[in-house]
Design a protein around this ligand. Structure first.
Ligand code: MTE
Ligand code: MO
Length: 455
């Protein structure tokens, strides 16, 4: 008998509270999705020889006793004709059984229609790519679906010939495609105050990763005859009502990393993410990735725009404001098991999560299940790319006792992700932005996973 279909005491006790990977409700029918999922993924790992067979033996596979009607009886889809291709001119959608995998707005955040945030469902995603329709959103003044035939990009300031580019002109230039993460500087902000929001979607979901396609900004600056000797900073400006403006140092642009991007995961950018043009500033906090990009101005000093002089600054313990702290330091988070999920039984689980660094590649990720006393090195899924998300996995046999699960990433510069204690020693307690501390999830005896902070 498939144990997934045998209501366990736990499930009978609290079916309403059962939160599956999407952190909201069960994904599949019958309210028992979580464990089936864990097992499915455990076997996927075994197939590529990643997990030790001895450990996998504890994954409680499902012996066929008594006859499971779901395997014995032929379902309609095995005996009759399926549907034809999707309707002419259609755009594919996820299965109706995945309808709980959605962006969510935080109940705790004050939102207006125009100045708002939605979080990506990290607990439901595999690999490193965020499907475009689930990419987090942060709008300071609402989003637009801008007509690309009318959109223009101006390059001015310390250039020989100020220029205005149409989308057609940009798209005929040599392009590159690269995987990069984008993280809002305010990601994990609630955790500074130990607010303990319930799921990883809310603690870390202002994070996404896409393959971006575009033209290196340096190519456009060179075409306009940029003064590369004296020009030290550019101002990037968006075309929405927020007048989003940020200073980008030329050092980043000269490396060829900064892109004027129109592509995201193989298609044009989504309107929420800046269609038809956005700046991609790898490793740097989201606010610098100006959407609806309409102007690049070259100057010789930082521009002290509102979104860098007074917003996105860090209040340090000595009362000073730290400005331009823009690189997202090395960080990681376990996405399974994570807050709101329920482990239905002891036995094998694949601990999995994401790691990233604004300074380059992730070198290693250590995982603990006892709140930091013992650490084991996780397997990194390749290819490990610079300033991109990296997926990690670790075999774990849960003994049914309370466990505190954490991950700690190290990047190629040797920087090790800090604990809250270490971070607060330097940053104080009044920060909002740039929280890259180690996240703790408490697996309780009843299998429910909770957001906790260790002091
Ligand atoms: N033009 C414009 N660009 C913008 C913003 C905006 O409101 N307007 N928000 C910024 C912030 S704060 C972040 S975190 C990212 C969010 O990008 P996303 O909505 O594609 O996730 O875009 C940045 N670029
Ligand atoms: Mo942001």
């Amino acid at each position: 008998m498939n144990q997934d279909d045998t209501p366990s005491g736990r499930l009978q006790k609290a079916p309403e509270n059962f939160l599956s990977r999407d952190g909201i409700k069960t994904v599949f029918s019958e309210g028992k999705a979580g464990r089936r999922d864990f097992i499915r993924r455990a076997f996927a790992a075994a197939a590529v020889g990643a997990a030790a067979p001895a450990v996998l033996a504890q994954a409680n596979p499902v012996p066929l006793e008594g006859g499971d009607p779901n395997i014995l009886n032929l379902p309609e889809h095995s005996t009759s004709l399926g549907q034809g291709v999707a309707p002419e001119g259609s755009y594919g959608k996820p299965s109706k059984y995945e309808s709980n995998v959605l962006r969510r707005q935080s109940p705790g955040l004050t939102q207006t229609t125009q100045a708002s945030v939605s979080f990506a469902p990290l607990q439901s995603l595999f690999g490193i790519v965020t499907p475009s329709g689930l990419h987090f959103e942060r709008h300071h003044q609402g989003w637009w679906d801008i007509d690309p035939s009318k959109h223009r990009l101006m390059i001015n300031g310390m250039v020989k010939t100020p220029m205005v580019f149409t989308m057609d002109e940009i798209m005929r230039l040599p392009s590159v495609s690269r995987f990069h993460f984008i993280e809002c500087g305010a990601n994990s902000a609630a955790e500074w105050g130990n607010v303990a929001v319930p799921t990883v979607q809310y603690t870390h979901g202002m994070l996404s990763c896409s393959e971006f396609t575009g033209v290196p900004l340096i190519t456009l600056l060179e075409r306009a005859g940029a003064d590369l000797k004296n020009g030290k900073f550019v101002l990037a400006e968006g075309a929405d009502g927020s007048s989003m403006t940020r200073t980008i140092p030329m050092a980043l642009i000269l490396s060829g990393e900064v892109l004027v991007a129109y592509g995201q995961n193989g298609e044009m950018l989504r309107p929420e993410n800046g269609y038809p043009l956005r700046l991609v500033v790898p490793g740097v906090q989201g606010v610098s990735w100006v959407k609806y990009l309409r102007r690049i101005k070259l100057g010789d000093m930082p521009f002290a725009a509102k979104d860098e002089a007074v917003h996105y600054v860090d209040l340090m313990p000595d009362g000073q404001l730290r400005q331009y702290g823009s690189v997202q330091e090395c960080k990681s988070v376990v996405t399974t098991p994570s807050g709101g999920q329920v482990l239905l039984d002891k036995g094998f689980y694949n601990i999995t999560g994401l790691a990233w660094s604004g300074r380059g590649k992730v070198k290693k990720v250590d995982v603990t299940v006892d709140g930091g006393r013992n650490w084991r090195e996780a397997r990194l899924e390749g290819p490990v790319m610079s300033k991109s998300l990296t997926r990690f996995n670790l075999d774990w046999v849960w003994d049914g006792k309370p466990a505190i699960v954490q991950s700690r990433a190290t990047d190629e510069t040797g920087y090790v992700q800090a604990t809250y204690k270490q971070l607060r020693a330097v940053r104080g307690t009044r920060s909002i932005y740039h929280n890259n501390a180690i996240q703790s999830w408490l697996v309780q005896e009843n299998g429910e996973v909770k957001n906790v902070q260790l002091s």
